[in-house]
Design a protein around this ligand. Structure first.
Ligand code: GP0
Length: 851
């Protein structure tokens, strides 16, 4: 309007268009500016922590430029967008990854070296954000990296927990949980957005009323309203100018201070009520592959789902002349496990009640936009919420679900008549406590449903959701259930975690193209017997082992022999993952060594066995297994006969930053779940990409890794998935023989060899052993549910084969190179391209450098 004002604004915009230069000197200047002006440090007084922070702000400036321009580009191109809804993101440290992906490695190194600082030291100052439990959360983080790298217009949505995954302390061999207040002094890589908030209602009631158009409608009113405030986490792609966003929601009290409800005398109660709103995003539930039916957890889920759907719909309706029928051409949503599946009902509510889209059209849009990933076949992980609880908290949603179910069941009865399939497919589970099955709701409301590895997807069809699969086949849609084999990002897990290996690949292949196209690694195969490469490869492993040795010295005061074979099992502690079996094997190996003469012992391969992982705080047996591992380690490591030849250590507080040190150093790693129980596994992929070989069962993605890398690269043992039921049936009848070597191990435990002076621990260890030996329980089998006893002998054989193979260094090296070079399939770039093609229909939109 005012031409003078406009001119001034244009001047401002011009100023805002100038980008931060990336030469070393400019980086140094930015760094100094942030130290002084953002952090108020002086040249006489700043710490490494300050230096890390200032370096983080230097990166943040550059991330913001890219994030803003990428968003503007997506809007301009009016692209279809993908939205990943996940209650967990195990993102890990940002700094090294951001430097690599922004292509700033060289100038950063130069800039900081010239100031007398090592980048590595800065990286170590960063807290490791742990907003996830394990595989599922880390997968979400790898997915974000690939979405950005593939220039896909995809965002992540989740919760900004104030307390992430607990810190695990080991006291007297037992896990002790410590709070992880990761936000502490603030994180330079997140951008709080007080301007982006949405109201989220909880509780209250549904009233009949009239909408703005004067039509009859149902209104959800009353209850509590919390505000969801956005915190943006820029996700830069590698070798692209795109930076995507991970938007995490924090719960805040509503802004206006509503004193009507409270008299002035109750001022402090009013403040207290507001403070309670913050509980919603306070803490991550530390359960993995099992849920704890807590009301606060459902509130968290609804909170972030509602905010995310409101946000993405607002983006959709910002487009000029939008039509609801276009929604599926512009929006694809992925629900990561059952955690965000209240989205089915919330999407309907927003469309029908808020946007006034007619019911049938709304349902069509919902089922075209939403998709669901299943991550486990453990029944204890499939969430079910009591109808009573959900009706109190989300009354309108329960109405919607009831209506959806009525229509669904009517259709099914018309098709199949009344019968057990109807009860199986219903969203409601009858019983003393009537429940809403989130898995069923998710499948019904989704366009595609996927498993995370080939075997897992087959099991979903045949065992987890057989009736749904039958329905899909009967209605001509068998491909509603598809497989999307998991992956990992080679940027974090090879390039950043193992720079020596990254350098080898780049040198032998002549470019770093392999980092965005892992099929290029096939080019390494012709060198797999080249002695020069062998020398460099072994040097690479040595470097990684040195770093690991430093880490173990620092965290455990443990000294390891650099010639030892490094054997690692790091993952959540679970009975199905069988850390217990691994520990039993180590005891067996110890017993063998003890029996030998000193001369015989000389010939045995030295081994260091490392086991790490967190146990859910209420998972009694998992915590016992941790205690057992610690006690066994103490005995073995301090025995002068064996201490040099065999070591067992429990690595405390396993987390992303520890994985980055452990994985590159492994010779073998253990992926030994009972066949049919591990959906995929993803650390298996990281280990092999780093030249480690796998001891594993025919389970999850192990099967596909073996297919890609060759049978000779994997030490396979144990029963097959289709054999499990037969073995269990026989065990129930009492036929379940225990190998004599395992008997000897049990005997040692029962004799108290690993619980001297600890009567409580002794009783606990005996209870673990007794459970394995109890072949038939009352009615259901409560014995060795995961077939440790059955698989033990073949596990021992597989370990013997490891030692024999390792003795031939050239052969081992060849297998290591062969395996690492055959891992293209397990890059999340491949996984995400498939999601984008088959499920989302989202296309790459690389933005040009200059906008
Ligand atoms: C599966 F159900 N997973 C769950 C869960 O609650 N948490 C979790 O981390 C994991 C699987 O156990 C997995 O096999 C899988 O690969 C991962 O989800 C991602 O799909 C472990 O790596």
């Amino acid at each position: 309007e005012n031409p003078d004002q406009k001119e001034k604004m244009e001047k401002l915009w011009k100023l805002m268009e100038t980008y931060e230069p990336n030469d070393p000197e400019s980086i140094q200047k930015s760094f100094a500016r942030h130290l002084e002006y953002s952090l108020a440090c002086t040249r006489f007084n700043f710490t490494m922590q300050d230096a890390y922070r200032a370096a983080g702000l230097v990166l943040r400036d550059r991330l913001l430029e890219s994030l803003n321009d990428t968003n503007a580009y997506y809007r301009k191109m009016d692209v279809k967008r993908g939205y990943y809804l996940s209650a967990e993101y195990l993102i890990g440290r940002h700094m090294q990854n951001a430097i690599a992906n922004l292509d700033l490695e060289q100038p950063f190194k130069e800039a900081f070296h010239a100031l007398g600082m090592q980048l590595e030291d800065l990286f170590h100052e960063e807290v490791d954000p742990a907003l996830g439990n394990g595989g599922l959360g880390r997968l979400a983080a790898c997915f974000l990296d690939s979405m950005a790298t593939l220039s896909l217009p995809c965002w992540g949505y989740g919760i900004r927990y104030s307390y992430g995954m607990f810190k695990q302390d080991i006291q007297n061999g037992r896990q002790v949980e410590m709070p992880d207040f990761w936000i502490g002094d603030g994180c330079p890589f997140e951008i709080p957005r007080p301007d982006i908030t949405y109201p989220v209602r909880l509780y209250g009631e549904v009233q009949e009323g009239l909408n703005a158009q004067g039509e009859w409608c149902l209104n959800w009113v009353g209850g509590d309203i919390v505000q969801a405030m956005a915190y943006d986490n820029p996700i830069p792609g590698f070798d692209t100018y795109n930076t995507n966003n991970l938007r995490l929601w924090r719960a805040c009290p509503t802004k206006e201070f509503d004193l009507d409800q409270y008299s002035a005398a109750n001022f402090t109660d009013a403040v207290e009520a507001r403070r309670k709103a913050e509980d919603l995003s306070a803490v991550l539930y530390p359960n993995d592959a099992s849920y704890e039916g807590r009301e606060l957890r459902l509130r968290q889920q609804y909170f972030f789902v509602s905010a995310s759907l409101q946000d993405l719909l607002r983006e959709f309706i910002k487009r000029p002349n939008y039509k609801w029928s276009e929604l599926p051409e512009k929006v694809a949503v992925q629900m990561n496990d059952t955690h965000p599946t209240i989205a089915v009902a919330e999407f309907m509510r927003l469309l029908v009640d808020v946007m006034h889209v007619p019911w049938d059209e709304a349902w069509e849009l919902t089922t075209k936009c939403l998709n669901y990933t299943n991550h486990t076949v453990m029944p204890e992980a499939l969430e079910k919420w009591p109808v009573e609880m959900m009706t109190r908290m989300l009354p309108r949603h329960v109405q919607i679900i009831g209506e959806l179910n009525l229509r669904w069941i009517n259709g099914l009865v018309a098709k199949y008549g009344d019968g057990p399939i109807i009860a199986a497919l219903s969203i409601f589970e009858e019983g003393d406590v009537k429940k809403i099955r989130m898995g069923n709701l998710a499948i019904m409301g989704s366009n595609k449903v996927n498993g995370v590895a080939a075997l897992h997807t087959e099991i979903i069809k045949k065992e987890t959701f057989p009736d749904f699969y039958k329905y899909c086949c009967d209605t001509g849609a068998p491909d509603k259930i598809v497989n999307m084999t998991n992956g990992v990002t080679p940027r974090r897990w090879v390039h950043c975690a193992n720079p020596a290996l990254s350098a080898i690949f780049t040198k032998y292949l002549g470019s770093h193209e392999w980092l965005t196209d892992m099929t290029k690694l096939k080019g390494m195969l012709k060198f797999k017997e080249d002695p020069k490469l062998h020398a460099e490869w072994m040097e690479m492993k040595k470097t990684a082992k040195k770093k690991l040795a430093g880490f173990l010295k620092e965290t455990l005061d443990l000294e390891i022999d650099q010639d030892a074979l490094i054997d690692i099992q790091i993952k959540r502690i679970h009975e199905y993952k069988r850390q217990f079996m691994n520990c039993l094997y180590v005891i067996h190996r110890y017993q063998q060594l003890k029996k030998m003469s000193p001369a015989e012992r000389e010939k045995v391969q030295k081994r260091v066995v490392l086991i790490g992982g967190k146990a859910a705080s209420a998972y009694v047996n998992a915590k016992l297994i941790i205690k057992l591992i610690n006690n066994v380690g103490k005995v073995i490591n301090n025995d002068p006969d064996t201490g040099k030849l065999l070591k067992l250590a429990f690595v405390p507080n396993y987390r992303v930053s520890a994985a980055e040190v452990l994985i590159p150093a492994s010779d073998i790693s253990e992926h030994i779940s009972t066949a049919g129980t591990e959906a995929s596994g993803t650390s298996n992929m990281k280990f092999v990409m780093n030249g480690g070989l796998i001891v594993g069962t025919m389970d999850g993605a192990n099967i596909e890794i073996r297919e890609e890398c060759g049978e000779d690269t994997m030490f396979i043992f144990g029963c097959l998935e289709h054999e499990v039921a037969g073995i269990a049936a026989k065990a129930k009848e009492g036929h379940y023989p225990i190998d004599s070597r395992l008997q000897a191990v049990f005997q040692a435990i029962r004799n108290g060899e690993f619980s001297k002076g600890e009567p409580e621990a002794h009783a606990e260890f005996c209870s673990l052993v007794d459970k394995l030996c109890n072949t038939h329980g009352a009615g259901t089998w409560d014995g060795d549910r995961y077939l440790v006893v059955h698989d033990f002998p073949s596990f021992v054989d597989a370990q013997a084969k490891v030692d024999a193979t390792y003795a031939d260094k050239a052969k081992w090296c060849k297998l290591s190179i062969q395996a690492a070079s055959s891992m293209a399939k397990f890059s999340t770039d491949r996984t995400i391209s498939e999601y984008a093609d088959v499920i989302w229909g989202v296309k790459p939109a690389p933005r040009p450098m200059e906008m």
